[in-house]
Write a protein that binds this ligand. Structure first.
Ligand code: FE2
Ligand code: FE2
Length: 388
């Protein structure tokens, strides 16, 4: 019974959802009919199609681009789980949001569905309000992800489209160097990239101009680049640091700043006989240095300063701390709290937020923190992304 419906929309319903195309799959025609009735009664502004088996669904999918699949789990032949697995393995449909529907009330089914990549699970009998709310929220999620992907594409084209100063090769080099510092700190390399995303989201929430938030996205991953010059014995130590080791660790701020300011680095490298790696990095930067690195240098220097003046390395307070560093301080702390360390577990989103709230006005700029709380759900979404 493959069929396609297009609802005529009233003008006020012609919003950004109007082009969304949904596919419903259930072997029970009466279920599809009741969904059809719900959608018509509620005058939703989506296009939707119906299929009664996986083969029909695949046939429709070969002709139309769908934005979401709502599928029954228990069906004769290939069931919903099999279908979901094959979609996740297909390059064309790997990212298609899928809501699974089941008449079985079992937490195990829900866990399996989510583990296999379903966006949500609905129970039968389907309640109209719940159906629409779930579809709406999954579509919203998808739109956000699409925006992040589009932003990534935008960055790739940034040099040619918007700015002669930002060239993609330099951006790539910056991100790779940032990841190098992450690897040395036993991170997975994505911490610094996530910090870039958080910093951009937060700066946009603050209403700064586009050029600033773009620069912040690229430079904030370098906040810990100074760690590249720390001795392994300190950086990799899993136990408590001695006072001397702690002082060395804290020096990553100035080292990072100097690394990004080549003139200063040269003096330090020769006076402290730093590792060969530093000299190599220095050479790379000297040939690629541009104003982006000025922002990167100020972030590296000040991302551990506290708003009340009790941070390091200089105990700067309030607006003496550059805006970019005040933003990165929040981004970096959030990600650190969400991540497991050798001396403590990873904290859930809510717990991390609550811990940070206690530090608003002391560690964090209270105004920026207020804006962070408004977009904290986006931070959570970024943290949960598996790859970039
Ligand atoms: Fe740091
Ligand atoms: Fe960090």
């Amino acid at each position: 019974m493959a069929m396609e419906m297009k609802i005529k929309m009233s003008p006020q319903m012609q919003n950004h959802w109007a082009d969304q195309h949904l596919l419903f799959l259930d072997d029970d025609i009466s279920v599809l009919k009741s969904i059809n009735r719900i959608l018509i009664q509620k005058r939703v502004d989506w296009h939707f199609s119906f299929a009664t088996c996986v083969a029909e669904a695949l046939d429709l999918m070969s002709k139309t681009t769908f934005d979401m699949l709502i599928t029954d789990i228990k069906m004769p032949g290939r069931d919903g789980f099999h279908f979901l697995k094959s979609l996740r393995e297909s390059p064309d449909w790997a990212d298609l949001p899928v809501i699974m529907v089941t008449g079985l009330d079992s937490p195990r089914i829900k866990t399996k569905a989510i583990e296999m990549g379903a966006a949500d699970l609905l129970s039968k009998p389907i309640r109209p309000e719940e159906l629409l709310a779930r579809i709406h929220s999954v579509l919203l999620e998808k739109r956000k992800l699409d925006e992040y992907k589009a932003h990534n594409d935008y960055l790739r084209d940034l040099a040619s489209e918007h700015s002669r100063e930002i060239e993609s090769g330099k951006i790539e080099m910056i991100l790779r160097l940032a990841k190098a510092a992450d690897f040395r700190s036993n991170e997975d390399g994505n911490h610094v990239i996530r910090v870039g995303y958080y910093a951009k989201i937060l700066s946009e929430q603050l209403g700064v101009d586009r050029a600033f938030s773009d620069k912040l996205f690229i430079t904030s991953p370098l906040h810990d680049i100074g760690k590249i010059a720390l001795p392994d014995a300190v950086l990799m130590k899993s136990g408590k640091l001695t006072e001397k080791e702690w002082a060395i660790t804290k020096s990553h701020c100035e080292l990072g700043h100097d690394l990004l300011s080549p003139g200063l680095l040269k003096d330090r490298a020769s006076s402290q006989n730093l590792s060969k790696m530093v000299s190599v990095v220095f050479d790379v930067y000297e040939t690629t240095r541009n104003h982006l690195l000025d922002m990167a240098a100020e972030i590296a220097l000040a991302h551990h300063e506290w708003y009340d003046g009790s941070g390091y390395p200089y105990g700067r307070k309030g607006e003496q701390i550059p805006l970019a560093a005040r933003i990165v301080a929040i981004a970096d702390s959030y990600d650190a709290l969400r991540t497991k360390k050798s001396y403590r577990p990873a904290y859930e989103h809510g717990k991390a937020l609550a811990m940070m709230q206690k530090l608003s006005s002391t560690q964090f700029d209270p105004h920026i923190f207020e804006e962070f709380e408004k977009c904290a759900d986006d931070f959570k979404r970024i943290y949960l992304l598996e790859s970039f």
